[in-house]
Write a protein that binds this ligand. Structure first.
Ligand SMILES: [Zn+2]
Length: 100
């Protein structure tokens, strides 16, 4: 299988998982059998391909466990390193969900 085709297949797999309900990157990683880093790198493409079909990838953002600061950026697919407010490194997982 060539690399481009393989990426496409992985993205389809991520979409299928999200079709079944909301999931965190950890959930997707476990269900799709790929690393969390790979899931983060595929999500922007999944987002685009959904948008092209008039659907939307909704994100309930990462938030700080300590002070509740929410990372509101819509494109925040990767887990943030630390909270800009209190510098805590423990984050509540973002939850991804397909809308529309
Ligand atoms: Zn914080």
């Amino acid at each position: 299988m060539n690399p481009a085709h393989k990426s496409l297949t992985l993205r389809r797999r991520i979409e299928e998982i999200l079709e079944n309900g909301p999931a965190t990157i950890r959930d997707i990683s476990r269900l799709a059998g790929m690393s969390e880093k790979d899931v983060s790198s595929h999500l922007p493409h999944v987002d685009k391909s959904l948008a092209a079909r008039g659907r939307k990838l909704a994100i309930s953002p990462y938030s700080c466990i300590n002070c509740g600061f929410a990372f509101q950026s819509k494109k925040r697919f990767k887990k943030p390193g630390r909270c800009p407010k209190c510098k805590c490194e423990r984050m509540e997982e973002a939850v991804f969900q397909i809308e529309g």
